[in-house]
Design a protein around this ligand. Structure first.
Ligand SMILES: Nc1ncnc2c1ncn2[C@@H]1O[C@H](COP(=O)(O)OP(=O)(O)O)[C@@H](O)[C@H]1O
Ligand SMILES: [Mg+2]
Ligand SMILES: [Zn+2]
Length: 322
């Protein structure tokens, strides 16, 4: 039996067990089950009667939005950055997530009343500075920290009191008190829940970057999608400079938005007229076909997607629907 206060959990799929097993019966992986401290994952808290309201007493206010100035980014977010919203941005290594978020951080930090903290667990501050230089970012407002310790990251957020925090990446930040290794399911969940649970009630928006493995399996991030308000994937192809930002889930906007960017050495540029982009690529059809293959890990929907892409572009609303 598990010791009191402990149980076991598969680090590949999150399945819990009362005792240790060699193989996970849920995902069939071997040696992925480790002991975890129960209090570290349990988020069940008692609900008090003063937390309950009558439906008729609840007022509804418009969700305040902050526009970053990137039309593509703002549209994918459902009309701009929402106060206190938690957003998971997934994508393969090298696709441009750090570039996208550094540019976003730069834009938001220059807006009055905003304070942005960019935490990198993967790169040194000097590396970020070099990237910023390449992207033409020269910013006195943007605050940066390089750290992998979750407790230190949390105290930094607490003392800086930003309006937006970016964690690059959730796989690189870990809780030293947990026995499970960096990047494991328990660690991811701990990082995400700590950041989101701290930031949300304080109206701090949080953007969490998550790596997606090369084979298209959304290993870590997939398991924590339910913990955040919005899930966005950043995708593209090697040797092709276009990138697609795609909403998978959004509690504050449509969950099927697309944003199109062009990657250059100076950074990501909005593609102002995505319809001409799709039409110009129609002759080869290569881009859409291959991207979709990655999104859904199946080839059986390829032709369907082509049809939907072209039919669903709404030039008046300047939005693209799948
Ligand atoms: N020195 C450079 N010159 C031009 N493009 C670069 C340079 N360094 C990186 N890039 C571009 O940025 C991409 C990596 O972006 P990055 O934001 O670090 O990705 P991620 O954070 O998703 O791993 C590369 O694939 C490349 O397209
Ligand atoms: Mg990166
Ligand atoms: Zn499993």
């Amino acid at each position: 039996m598990a010791k009191r206060g402990y149980l076991y959990e598969c680090q590949a799929c999150g399945q819990k067990y009362p005792k240790w097993e060699g193989r996970c019966t849920s995902c069939n992986e071997w040696n992925t089950i480790v002991e975890i401290k129960e209090e570290k994952w349990s988020s069940t808290k008692p609900i008090h009667s003063d937390q309950v309201s009558k439906l008729s007493d609840i007022g509804v206010s418009d969700t305040p939005r902050t526009l970053s100035g990137s039309k593509e980014m703002d549209r994918v977010l459902g009309g701009g950055l929402v106060k206190g919203a938690s957003v998971l941005i997934g994508g393969e290594p090298g696709i441009g997530k750090s570039t996208l978020l550094l540019e976003f951080a730069d834009r938001i930090s220059l807006i009055k009343g905003q304070k942005v903290l960019y935490v990198t667990g993967e790169e040194s501050l000097e590396q970020i500075k070099i990237r910023a230089g390449r992207l033409g970012i020269d910013n006195n407002e943007l605050l940066l920290a390089s750290d992998t310790s979750l407790s230190r990251v949390m105290s930094t957020i607490e003392s800086i009191k930003p309006t937006l925090v970016i964690i690059d990446s959730i796989q690189a930040v870990y809780d030293e008190e947990l026995s499970s290794p960096m990047g494991s399911f328990s660690q991811l969940r701990q990082t995400v829940s700590s950041v989101v649970e701290y930031c949300k009630p304080r109206d701090i928006s949080s953007f969490l970057i998550g790596h997606v493995t090369k084979d298209g399996m959304i290993a870590g991030p997939k398991l924590i999608e339910h913990m955040v308000d919005a899930v966005i994937y950043f995708e593209g192809e090697e040797n092709i400079n276009y990138r697609i930002l795609r909403t998978i889930k959004n509690r504050f906007g449509p969950s099927n938005e697309l944003g199109i960017f062009e990657m250059s050495s100076e950074g990501l540029k909005d593609v102002d007229n995505p319809s001409s982009f799709f039409i110009s690529e129609r002759s080869s059809g290569r881009l859409c076909c291959r991207w979709y293959h990655k999104w859904e890990q199946t080839t059986s929907y390829r032709s369907t997607v082509f049809a939907l892409y072209f039919v669903s572009w709404d030039a008046k609303k300047n939005s693209c629907w799948l």
